[in-house]
Design a protein around this ligand. Structure first.
Ligand SMILES: Cc1cc2nc3c(=O)[nH]c(=O)nc-3n(C[C@H](O)[C@H](O)[C@H](O)COP(=O)(O)OP(=O)(O)OC[C@H]3O[C@@H](n4cnc5c(N)ncnc54)[C@H](O)[C@@H]3O)c2cc1C
Length: 436
């Protein structure tokens, strides 16, 4: 069987590995000049490691990813240092782990008890299905109370979903609390090195990975699927697309007239922005890696911080990996129509850097050696109430055309672990269908 995969992100490469090992003749087309998709990285001249464009780490619960790395012989380069994660509350930094340090949060005793009881319930219950019938906004407000909700959870929901924060279902929040560890994982050399090593293993299994090759057309013909990408035109038996819902509908316009296509078109998502600063000095001098920032309004202009999280990467991994730079992400999620997607890089760098002075009064603009702005219009699916019934299957109604994307990952929050899982699940079904 000849199979084409659209996208050399984690899902596409995981699927390619299984399909090639099952004897398929596989070609992967990637629009970008490198593999990795949303998990890809970049490197400044003086750095030994690459840095993820958008902050990335693994959890010890990421079983599919860890199994895949083991299978490819790459697990020896995975490490799990334990960073400090915190909240910025009432002008101070507090630890944010669910343990005894929670008692120091500036909450009433009643609030702390409700946070503890509801938190333990969410950590222990395996039944997420009833939780998807209510919004996270109403469940958390009801069971944890207004005080805990407005100080801890609403900022997180607003940061992640902006004006859609009241629509997200509670199963999504359950999944975030359930499947997380305090130790966070990375790969020697950074995520881009991991993706490059995965791509090398996939190539050794016989896969042809074509970079800078955006697929521009996909048509069904008698002999199979005709695919046009950059300088080549091929015909294959199967196609697996790993792009966004809009991407899939553009690649296969014939889907638009089907109920499947309408379901794909109705999936909601939000974009992400990260401004990365290479600084001369530390901003989070207490050693915090991840600082959750407060937000009371979905309108970013009304909040004390114009973004969701300040992440001092070099409080997690040594700055020696990056030529001594202190690396800080200022990250946020926003609708692709938000001004964060049209403002110039200089304006974004200037706007987000204003927050450094609030958390560290010693900060001076002269501390900034260099900065980069990364934007992804499709970064986070928005799962609404009753989402499980609306997820399109991996098999589209067009014979031989498959789709595996972040929008079908559920109830878990999208991530590289689930990209491995969905890519391999799609491959298993394609292999089964191809068998006589
Ligand atoms: C801000 C942010 C933070 C994140 N943090 C984490 C984290 O800490 N840990 C974690 O595990 N995950 C994290 N993730 C999620 C993780 O990056 C994704 O879940 C994962 O990378 C998705 O992989 P994928 O292969 O499904 O999709 P993608 O990575 O989006 O890959 C799809 C690929 O398809 C290509 N493509 C699209 N259309 C075409 C076309 N027409 N022709 C050719 N190629 C095409 C794209 O260029 C892309 O490379 C984060 C994501 C974001 C945005």
């Amino acid at each position: 069987m000849k199979t084409a995969i659209i996208g050399a992100g984690v899902a596409g490469l995981a699927a390619a590995w299984d399909l090639a090992n099952a004897g398929h003749d596989v070609v992967v087309f990637e629009a970008a000049d490198r593999v990795g998709g949303l998990a890809s990285g970049f490197k400044d001249e003086s750095w030994a490691w690459s840095l993820e464009k958008f902050y990335h780490h693994w959890f010890q619960t990421d079983a599919d990813l860890l199994r895949f790395a083991r299978e490819l012989g790459l697990d020896g380069k995975i490490m799990f240092p334990r960073p400090k994660t915190s909240y910025w509350l009432d002008g101070k930094i507090y630890r944010s782990e669910m343990n005894l340090s929670t008692l120091q949060l500036p909450l009433s005793w009643l609030g702390l008890i409700r946070l503890g009881l509801a938190g333990v319930f969410l950590k222990l219950t395996p039944w997420w299905q009833p939780l998807e019938n209510t919004t996270a906004d109403s469940w958390l407000r009801r069971w944890m109370g207004d005080e805990v909700y407005s100080k801890l959870w609403r900022p997180l929901l607003i940061g992640k979903f902006a004006d859609r924060y009241r629509d997200v279902n509670m199963a999504w929040m359950w999944a975030r609390i359930k499947a997380r560890s305090v130790k966070l994982g990375t790969y020697q050399g950074g995520f881009q090195s991991f993706m490059d090593d995965v791509a090398d293993a996939v190539r050794r299994a016989g896969v042809d990975i074509r970079l800078s090759s955006p697929v521009t057309s996909l048509t069904r013909e008698a002999a199979g699927w005709k695919l046009v990408a950059a300088d080549i035109e091929i015909t294959v038996d199967h196609v697996l697309s790993t792009s966004s819902p809009t991407g899939l509908l553009k690649q296969a316009p014939a889907l638009a007239d089907t109920s499947y296509g309408r379901a794909v078109a109705s999936l909601d998502s939000i974009g992400a922005i990260c401004v990365v600063y290479a600084l001369k000095h530390s901003v989070l001098t207490d050693g915090t890696y991840w600082l959750n920032l407060p937000a009371q309004s979905a309108d970013k202009a009304q909040n004390p911080f114009p973004f969701l999280a300040m992440v001092e990467h070099t409080n997690w991994l040594p700055s020696a990996n990056y030529g001594g730079d202190v690396l800080v992400y200022c990250g946020d999620y926003a609708d692709p129509n938000h001004e964060y997607f049209t403002l110039s890089d200089e304006a974004m760098i200037d706007r987000f850097s204003q927050a450094f002075k609030t958390v560290n009064p010693d900060f001076e603009p002269g501390w900034i050696r260099k900065a980069w702005v990364w934007r992804a219009p499709y970064a986070q699916p928005v799962p609404r109430v009753g989402h499980s019934a609306r997820i399109p299957d991996l098999a589209t109604p067009l014979p031989g055309l498959w789709w595996a994307s972040m929008s079908q990952v559920y109830p878990w929050d999208r991530g590289t672990n689930y990209a491995v899982e969905i890519g391999r699940r799609a491959a298993a079904r394609m292999i089964a269908e191809a068998q006589p």
